[in-house]
Design a protein around this ligand. Structure first.
Ligand SMILES: Nc1ncnc2c1ncn2[C@@H]1O[C@H](COP(=O)(O)OP(=O)(O)OP(=O)(O)O)[C@@H](O)[C@H]1O
Length: 976
């Protein structure tokens, strides 16, 4: 080694000492000082563990006064290096002697690390390459954002989530029947949007009673941390704002990226609604969207507020199980706020609803794998008249590959669904479509109306204050006469309920009352009369109280036997562990009835559901119960046509209900006939819906065979060996302690000797994890590990964005190669630095390109796979590795130059493929809008222009993608 005073070297064994400077020299010893760490070392010249630091043209270096610049030229004078460095700030090129370099130094380029003796273990290099490959695969995986949910693999949910989650700025109404998993669908859509970087900020708006449930579900199922915003939280900012000058005032909603809040609160506090409105979000979720009422005369404040948000926020998910609950107009208005271009006119929408059958038939025909006859082709051409479908028809009626025919068929189906009906925007699965749901059995309990109630009705009548519908809620009517009167002392429903509970002591029973007051008074009566363990749940309780009550009810041992709730209070809640439902008051609307039954009739319900309705004879209640049961069959089956029938027959029904007490024999006959007519209408409508609109919705919503395959694919990927091996290897290399607990779970702990100070997500006390979905579903305390888990994603980031494994040396033991054969394995990464808004990672994620060069610069990567090579490699000691690198440095530098050229052509191929993908996908979106415009003149040219602009910008940005050397491994062969 040849040293000179002033030269800069670094320690091969202690790179953290910084950049050293030779301060003294004699014939045998060299003294080196490390100013950054104030250390001095003296070594024998012969074997000093030091590496010379020599920057190359184009390297960035740092002057000791702090400025940085790029090396333009290198000169050597009297054994010292001088660099000509471009200082961008000063706009000059300045000569810098190596003695003037900053004392702290970190080498980030792999070749710099290799030549400065910062050589990693070969298995670290392998981990880095695998992390890059997995990262790329995850960006492109169609399962991303779907497979990591702690939920069973239910095809219709996965289908909707995938279909919507991959769109740019999706705007949809998720309207599955009660309890089929809309929350889970919404979460999976959000998750995919976050993963693909389409969403950075999201706000969820729900009824107050569901806030906590959403908070918990998002965390438990998706690892998504939402912040609950309420008045208390926001008012903290008000006090800070009082003293702040205008310009520094904080909008509370700007302080978090994932916000959850209640619609009721926002409506009651216009200033909060205003603050929320002023912030930018990428995605809005609104649960129980049937509360957004609208009519041509008046939009409700809820509707108006959400409309203003939906106007600003690009992606919107509305959730409701009963989309038509408040009438067709409200339903149309909600669709309109999602897609004003598609749903532009109410009359046109209603007209369109009538013509679903031919579309459904055409879709049905396409779903069968057969040639299309002339009539069928003509019908398709007519339905898609604005488009040339000739090529697709030809493909279907040809001997082309099955795959091509399927593609053409699917494209036609997509276009039909898109142009007709609510298609892309509305998803609705029904129990009938999904199958596998338990039976529901209706039990009507006929009771005599007690004298007290009859007298109260008479008294109110005398004062002209009696409404016939009062008898729906007789306890409320009774208290109108005397506020403090205890109706529960004589009401036979109470006696019946007590007997029922006594006969079913091992069963959980959900009792739904119309009003909170009834639930409260009934709970007190049951407790005092019989000591029954009960809980109450209504909208007047605080959220914490409500959650406590439902937890008490859910508790198996020593929990409440019965939960008494108001109907609005229990909306959206999950009580599928109970199978007995008592409707203490009959809901006056069939959709509300379905909402009530849906508390129990949900995914996860394992037993048949028993619905008990105590009714007073000769009251409107019993008539309505009969109409529901005998006319609509709404207790034992869901009744999607309920709203339509109510619109048609509601007036007639009211006539009967208003005169319920005086139904003479002939009127009884009339009522019977009315019920029969209803039942007939229902069946007719049902058939029509099954063949028309609902069939179309179902075709679009459950995903058919493809959804089943999707669920299977995820199931195959669950707990797959590649993930397990990568994870365990990652933990091993980082230095995380692992203990196998058997039963498919392991516990991990941080250690003091980890390669990084902190592994994101790994708590001090450790975590227990499993790769098994079923186990994760059964044991919530276990983390469910998939490629989507934050710790895996963070782990991959930790490796790919840090220095671990950037440069390595390994030994290849192979008797077929001459000893000393040199191979250089290089990993380049092709990436784009485009603005987030273009979402270019969907076309071009960071993509590793591997080269394996022999000494002449031939690329053997195709012939020798990474895995095959890896199996033959052995580690090599650090000292030996350094020596080899020093010896081979000139040839390595030559190979690096050759690699540049080869990487360029591989990278250009990757870029071309990405361009083709972007071109195809974005053009499909543009063509869709153009085709839709033929039907709907409201689609503006500017929308199409925006998309075209996005396409050309994307193509341009992809062209500018760059590539860089990420890591390299020097391989030397020897014989066994
Ligand atoms: N894939 C699944 N795996 C496990 N449990 C599920 C799954 N899907 C739904 N569930 C359970 O079924 C119940 C209903 O789900 P969810 O609350 O998402 O339905 P919903 O359609 O939003 O209901 P509602 O109409 O009442 O708002 C919940 O208890 C949920 O935990």
């Amino acid at each position: 080694m040849s040293f000179a005073i002033g030269q800069r070297w670094i320690s091969e064994s202690e790179s953290s000492l910084g950049l050293g400077i030779i301060t003294a020299l004699d014939l045998r010893k060299v003294t080196i000082s490390f100013p950054a760490t104030e250390e001095v070392r003296i070594y024998a010249i012969e074997n000093a563990p030091l590496a010379r630091v020599r920057f190359q043209q184009g390297d960035k270096i740092c002057h000791k006064t702090g400025w940085q610049g790029e090396v333009k030229e290198i000169m050597e004078q009297k054994s010292l290096l001088f660099y000509l460095v471009e200082n961008v700030q000063l706009g000059e090129q300045i000569p810098v002697c190596e003695t003037e370099l900053a004392h702290h130094i970190s080498f980030s380029k792999p070749q710099e690390r290799l030549f400065s003796a910062q050589i990693d273990r070969s298995d670290h290099f392998a981990l880095r390459y695998q992390a890059l490959k997995h990262q790329q695969a995850q960006f492109q995986s169609p399962l991303r954002g779907l497979r990591g949910t702690r939920a069973g693999l239910i095809p219709h949910q996965l289908h909707i989530a995938k279909e919507v989650g991959q769109r740019v700025a999706p705007r949809v109404l998720l309207a599955d029947e009660v309890g089929l998993g809309k929350t889970i669908e919404a979460g999976m859509i959000l998750q995919q949007q976050i993963f693909s970087e389409k969403v950075q900020r999201a706000v969820i708006i729900v009824p107050e009673s569901l806030q906590h449930q959403w908070l918990v579900e998002m965390l438990r199922r998706f690892n998504l941390h939402f912040a609950l915003f309420d008045e208390e939280r926001c008012s903290d900012f008000d006090s800070q704002n009082e003293s702040a000058v205008e310009i520094q005032k904080i909008n509370p909603f700007d302080t978090e990226n994932f916000i959850l809040c209640s619609l009721d609160w926002l409506i009651s506090k216009p200033n909060r609604a205003n603050q929320l409105h002023q912030c930018d979000f990428d995605l809005l979720i609104v649960d129980e969207a049937h509360h957004l009422q609208w009519s041509p005369q008046q939009a409700s404040p809820e509707y108006a507020f959400i409309k203003s948000l939906a106007h600003k926020i690009p992606a919107v998910l509305l959730l409701t199980a009963t989309p038509e609950q408040l009438g067709m107009e409200s339903h149309f208005a909600r669709l309109h706020l999602l897609d004003p271009d598609r749903f532009y006119d109410y009359a046109a929408f209603i007209e369109e609803q009538k013509h679903y059958r031919p579309v459904a038939n055409a879709v049905q025909t396409l779903l069968t794998d057969k040639w299309l006859n002339n009539d069928e082709q003509n019908q398709l051409t007519e339905l898609l008249s604005e488009q040339n479908i000739e090529p697709m028809l030809k493909a279907i009626n040809s001997d082309a590959y099955q795959e091509q025919r399927d593609l053409a068929r699917q494209e036609l189906i997509d276009n039909l669904l898109d142009r007709h009906g609510t298609s892309r925007i509305l998803f609705r699965n029904t129990r009938q479509g999904v199958k596998g749901f338990p039976r529901r059995t209706y039990h009507q309990i006929n009771l005599n109306l007690p004298d007290q109630y009859q007298n109260a009705a008479k008294v109110l009548n005398m004062f002209g204050d009696h409404q016939p519908m009062d008898l729906f809620y007789p306890e409320k009517m009774f208290q109108k006469v005397n506020q403090d009167a205890s109706w529960w002392d004589f009401d036979p429903r109470v006696e019946w309920l007590i007997t029922f509970l006594r006969n079913h002591t091992d069963e959980k029973v959900l009792v739904i009352c119309h009003q909170a007051t009834t639930a409260i008074q009934l709970e007190q009566a049951l407790r005092e009369k019989e000591g029954i363990r009960s809980a109450v749940f209504h909208e007047k309780m605080t959220i914490v109280e409500r959650d406590r009550a439902s937890a008490y009810f859910a508790q198996q041992e020593n929990g409440a036997q019965i939960l008494l709730t108001s109907s609005i209070g229990s909306e959206g809640r999950n009580f599928q562990f109970a199978c007995h439902l008592v409707l203490f008051n009959l809901p006056d609307n069939v959709d509300l009835l379905e909402q009530c039954i849906g508390r129990l009739d949900r995914i996860g319900q394992r037993r048949d559901i028993e619905i008990h309705v105590p009714c007073f004879t000769n009251t409107p209640q019993i008539l309505l119960a009969r109409w529901y049961h005998e006319g609509l069959n709404a207790f034992e089956e869901t009744c999607p046509m309920g709203a339509t029938l109510f619109a048609k027959l509601g007036n007639e029904l009211q006539q009967f209900l208003q005169n319920a007490t005086a139904l003479c024999e002939s009127k009884q006959q009339d009522f019977k006939a009315f019920i029969e007519r209803t039942a007939k209408d229902r069946l007719m409508l049902k058939t029509e819906l099954e063949q028309g609109r609902d069939r179309l919705l179902e075709l679009n919503s459950n995903g058919g065979e493809q959804a089943q395959q999707l669920a299977e694919k995820i199931s195959v990927e669950d707990g797959n060996d590649e993930l397990i091996n990568f994870t365990l290897n990652l933990f091993d290399i980082i230095g995380v302690e692992q203990e196998d607990l058997g039963e498919k779970s392991i516990v991990i702990h941080p250690t003091g000797t980890m390669l990084v100070p902190d592994f994101p997500g790994l708590k001090e006390e450790g975590i227990t994890l499993t790769f098994d979905r079923q186990l994760a579903l059964a044991r919530e305390e276990l983390e469910f590990f998939t490629w989507d888990h934050p710790m895996i994603r963070n782990g991959i980031d930790l490796i790919t964005s840090g220095d671990i494994g950037k440069s390595a040396v390994a030994l290849l033991t192979n008797n077929n190669l001459p000893a000393g054969t040199v191979l250089l394995e290089l990993i380049f990464v092709v990436e784009t630095q485009a603005p987030h808004g273009l979402h270019l990672t969907r076309f071009l994620p960071p993509t590793p390109v591997r080269l394996l060069l022999d000494a002449k610069g031939n690329n053997l990567a195709e012939q020798v796979s990474f895995a095959k090579l890896q199996r033959q490699l052995k580690p090599i000691g650090k000292n030996m590795a350094n020596k080899v690198v020093k010896m081979l440095r000139p040839s390595i530098e030559q190979l690096l130059l050759k690699a540049e050229g080869q990487a360029k052509s591989s990278a250009q191929q990757v870029i071309l493929q990405a361009q083709a993908l972007a071109d195809q996908q974005l053009n499909a979106e543009i063509n869709r809008l153009i085709a839709l415009r033929a039907l709907n003149k409201n689609i503006r040219q500017t929308e199409i222009d925006t998309l075209e602009n996005q396409l050309s910008l994307s193509l341009q940005q992809i062209t500018q993608a760059t590539w860089r050397l990420d890591s390299l491994r020097l391989i030397i062969s020897n014989k066994e």
